[in-house]
Design a binder for this molecule. Structure first.
Ligand code: GRF
Length: 210
C-alpha cells in the first residue's frame, strides 16, 4: 500500500469534533520524531469551537471548520473531501469525529481513512464503547485502529491494544486508561500504514512478504 511517493511525506488530514486528545498525541509523536515520514496537512472540524481545533491553531497548522447544520450529509462531506484534496491529503485520520461518513466520502478515499475506537472491535461498536464494555463485565478492554468502510466501526483492523479491567475500575477510570493506550497506538498504526510495508489481504492487514 503506497500512500505517497518514496521521498515525500505522507500527508495527514485530521477530522475531529471535540477535545482532540488523539490529534494532540499524533502531533506530538510527529514533533518528537517518533512518527516519521508523515506530516499534518490540515485539521478539519465540524464544530466551530472544538478544543482540538484551538490546539491546531496554536500549533500553526492549517485549520478549516465546516459546520454541517442545514446541509445534507452528502453535501457536507463533499465540502470536506474537496478541502482534503486541496491540501493534498494522502491519509484521513478520524480523531473523535462525531459524524457518520457518506458512502461517497468513503469511496473517495478507499483504504485511506483511519479511525480509532475505544473497544476491542468487533465488540462494542457505536457510542459509549467503554461504558458498554464495563457494564458487560469484560476482563480485557482496549482500543482499535481500523480502516473505515461503509459500515460503522467495521473496516479492516490495523492495530489493537488490550488492557485488563481492574476490580477497582469504574467506567470512567477504564475509559481514562483506554485513552492513554489510544494516544500511543494511533501513531503506531499511522506509522504502519504510512510505511508502505503492509497490505490488506481479505480482512487482514499484514506485512507484505509475510
Ligand atoms: C476517543 O475515545 C476515540 O476513541 C473516539 O472518540 C474519542 C475522541 O477523543 N473515537 P479525543 O477527541 O481524541 O480526545
Amino acid at each position: 500500500m503506497e500512500l505517497a511517493s518514496k521521498d515525500s511525506p505522507v500527508r495527514l488530514g485530521i477530522l475531529l469534533s471535540g477535545r482532540g486528545s488523539n490529534f494532540r498525541a499524533i502531533a506530538e509523536s510527529i514533533r518528537a520524531g517518533r512518527l516519521k515520514g508523515v506530516e499534518i496537512a490540515v485539521v478539519i472540524s465540524n464544530v466551530v469551537d472544538a478544543p482540538g481545533i484551538e490546539k491546531a491553531r496554536e500549533l500553526g497548522l492549517p485549520v478549516k471548520v465546516f459546520v454541517s447544520a442545514g446541509l445534507k450529509r452528502r453535501h457536507h462531506d463533499f465540502n470536506v473531501a474537496a478541502c482534503l484534496a486541496l491540501h493534498e491529503v494522502d491519509l484521513v485520520c478520524l480523531a473523535g469525529y462525531m459524524r457518520l461518513l457518506s458512502p461517497e466520502f468513503v469511496a473517495a478515499f478507499p483504504n485511506r481513512i483511519l479511525n480509532i475506537h475505544p473497544s476491542l472491535l468487533p465488540a462494542f461498536p457505536g457510542l459509549d464503547a467503554q461504558q458498554q464494555a464495563f457494564e458487560y463485565g469484560v476482563k480485557m478492554a482496549g482500543c482499535t485502529v481500523h480502516f473505515v468502510d461503509e459500515h460503522l466501526d467495521h473496516g479492516v483492523i490495523v492495530l489493537q491494544r488490550a488492557i485488563p479491567v481492574h476490580e477497582t475500575d469504574d467506567a470512567r477510570s477504564l475509559a481514562k486508561r483506554i485513552l492513554a493506550e489510544e494516544h500511543v497506538v494511533y501513531s503506531e498504526a499511522i506509522a504502519r500504514v504510512a510505511s508502505g510495508e503492509y497490505e490488506i489481504r481479505g480482512r487482514r492487514f499484514v506485512k507484505r512478504d509475510s
